[in-house]
Design a protein around this ligand. Structure first.
Ligand code: NAI
Ligand code: MG
Length: 372
């Protein structure tokens, strides 16, 4: 066997690292350790991390999550690795809009991609679902819809106080997300897309979604498309998980369905999220699906697997597909050996899982080297 070919000039990727709040710093430092181990062991690429301390702490000190000119400085990176935002003493709508949505929306990261599957060595709470039975990609519209930010409050404190939360659906954004979802479905072996709406009750925006999906399906004759109402979709996810593959839904619907998906796969501590700008004009942002988990912050027991899978998604987006696959395989092997945190029924802590994954990565490179 010939030795491993090491590129003469391996590419270097610049990563903005933003752990933010709660367990964010614990899982992101674990993710950075694993990524550095992988880059060093492979030699195929290198990573430069620049730390950003934007968080609820900086908000409490300065009144801002993102400093003046902050978004511009993010644009110089190839990707953003994000932890979670949310603190017990800051209202959630302030923290979420102050940081996460304040990055996703201006950087036009309009496609939120959430893969879910049952890892080898982990168990679904569904009695009959085993590895391979649940293997989904949920594509969430990430720029408008129910989280467009339209609405207001008036007559505050009066008995006639009024609040509106207006969902915005533009043909432009609906078309680009459904087309993106068709492309994701087309690349997967089953070539199957389920379009989720609520077009029986919501007769404007959701009907637009249905119409656009029907139009676009003609451009993708090799993809089988079906439609579900979101309430019925929750039943199908639980009762017939094997019948689903790629799923597309609005910002709110897919937010909820993807948490359900993560729980059905075993834990919210596993699932990753990519906030993609598919035009690649701006860097995309990668984060575990979970939040800042105040109840376990500082205990060293957070499951870092969601961040490892997130890191793999980031590598894949950067073009390092082989490294991404290797990382996921190593994580699954560690799960299969039973080195898992409490949320997956194990006893390992964050550090032990991280060390086990780093060791698995190093040993995965040893075999070919010994042969050479
Ligand atoms: P959460 O995801 O933080 O926690 C829900 C439950 O899952 C908790 O019991 C927690 O301990 C557990 N959990 C979450 N991640 C885990 C991990 N890696 N390992 C083991 N267990 C884990 O959701 P919650 O409680 O609704 O929100 C807490 C805060 O996080 C809020 O301020 C919320 O707004 C924020 N949040 C932020 C998100 C983001 O930054 N993208 C996403 C979701 C919530
Ligand atoms: Mg959510």
């Amino acid at each position: 066997m010939s030795p491993i070919a090491v590129p003469v000039n391996p590419p270097t990727y610049s990563i903005a690292c933003m752990p933010a709040d709660g367990i964010g710093p614990e899982v992101i430092s674990a993710g950075v350790e694993v990524l550095k181990t992988l880059a060093n062991a492979s030699g195929d690429f290198s990573l430069e991390f620049e730390d950003y301390d934007w968080s609820s702490e900086t908000y409490k000190q300065t009144g801002r999550y993102i400093p003046e000119g902050g978004l511009e400085s993010l644009k110089k990176h190839d990707a953003i690795l994000f932890g979670a935002v949310g603190a017990p003493d800051v209202p959630d709508h302030i923290s979420l809009w102050g940081l996460r949505l304040a990055i996703c929306q201006p950087l036009q990261q309009y496609a939120n991609v959430r893969p879910t599957k049952i890892f080898r060595g982990t168990q679904s709470p569904l009695r009959n679902a085993n590895t391979g039975d649940l293997d989904w990609v949920i594509v969430r519209e990430n720029s408008e819809g129910e989280y467009a930010g339209h609405g207001g409050r008036s007559h505050i404190g009066q008995a006639w106080e009024t609040a509106t939360e207006v969902s915005i659906f533009t043909r432009h954004a609906v078309e680009r997300i459904i087309r993106f979802a068709f492309e994701v479905a087309q690349k997967r072996p089953r070539k199957q897309l389920t379009v989720v709406t609520k077009s029986n009750a919501q007769r404007n925006g959701m009907v637009l979604w249905d119409e656009v999906a029907a139009e676009l399906s003609k451009e993708f004759p090799d993809v089988t498309m079906d439609k579900m109402l979101v309430d019925a979709m929750t039943c199908r996810m639980v009762l017939k998980p094997e019948s689903l593959d790629t799923i597309v839904a609005t910002n709110l619907h897919a937010d909820i369905l993807s948490d359900l998906a993560a729980a059905l796969a075993g834990s919210i501590g596993i699932a990753p999220t990519s906030n993609l700008d598919p035009t690649r004009t701006n860097p995309s942002m990668f984060e575990p699906i979970h939040g800042s988990a105040f109840d376990i912050t500082g205990q060293g027991i957070a499951n870092p697997v969601a961040t490892f899978w997130t890191a793999a998604e980031m590598l894949s987006w950067l073009g390092e597909e082989a490294a991404a696959q290797r990382l996921l395989t190593c994580v699954e092997s560690v799960c299969e050996r039973g080195v898992v945190t409490r949320d997956l029924g194990g006893t390992a802590n964050t550090k032990e899982v991280t060390e086990a994954v780093c060791e698995e990565i190093r040993s995965s490179f040893k075999k070919p080297k010994q042969v050479s």
